[in-house]
Design a protein around this ligand. Sequence first.
Ligand code: HMG
Ligand code: MG
Length: 307
Amino acid sequence: MTLPKHVKIVEVGPRDGLQNEAQIVPAAVKVELIERLAAAGLSAIEVTSFVSAKWVPQMGDNSAVLRAVLSSTKRKAGVAYPVLTPNLKGFEAAVEAGATEVAIFGAASESFSQKNINCSIAESLQRFVAVADAARALRIGMRGYVSCVVACPYEGAIDPAKTAWVAKQLYDMGCHEVSLGDTIGAGTPAAVQCMIDACAKDVPIDKLAGHFHDTYGMAIANIYAALELGMAVFDSSIAGLGGCPYAAGASGNVATEDVVYLLHGLGIETGIDMDKLMAASQYISRQLGRETQAKSAKAWLAKRSVS
Ligand code: HMG
Ligand code: MG
């Protein structure tokens, strides 16, 4: 078993993390968080989502946040700033605000697709084709997400073949990367490896990413299991922020700090500066008025207070 030498982390805290916050976080705080994450060395930071503000009020400032990030003097060259776009309306608004990379998001579960984006899987794929065509015409990069890749909050276990089928549809549509989301964090390493093996038959492993929520505390184990299969892109959320508004009880993504700690401990390069990452984690935790969910950040803080 050879683990990858380099791993890319896609930071999803400003979107997946904050979308679940009941209190509206000021746009300026979101922008500063994104700037701090870029300064820490993250090369891909999901900025916001162009969804309905009636559905997800926290993302109602999407255009303002994206414009501010892209026009900031602190914008870092080489950093990708993708945004979620569920349909053509969202795509057009994202482009208007300057987006250069978008992400479409589907599901391997019919019930979750209905709850999350108000349509069936088949309807969602039709909407995505329209987004993909528009993105291709404008040379805008497109990422894809599949939610509920191992389990669904409404349907229980999901057949790996179903996940693989949806992942292939997104890949064939032109997604440069398909992120496999364990939305409710119910997966365990064997189930995750079985699901990734199924997907990798249809989509090359270097085009697949892992997106593990940490509800059951399995995310780090699942990342290790995915590394063993050669996966080298993982989504994570600073301070372990977040959840999903349409998956009750789902906790945040695995914390970026914990993933970086794991990867650096394994000798895998990430390009991320741990001290700057911890500072970004402290910044957003203070702004939200609560403790970080990242175990490594808690340990780092405790060590600093005794030294
Ligand atoms: P809908 O109600 O079915 O849309 O919502 P519609 O086309 O019937 O339009 C209804 C109204 O919404 C209209 O406005 C449209 O203009 C408006 P009205 O005439 O009533 O004033 N509308 C929009 N407004 C802003 N932006 C848009 C947009 N589209 C239509 N893009 C829609 C469909 C997808 C918009 C809705 O269901 C929605 O916004 N859902 C939110 C989905 C979401 O953000 N979920 C969380 C992110 S996914 C996630 O967290 C999982 C992930 O992390 C991976 C994992 O963990 O598994 C990615
Ligand atoms: Mg998620």
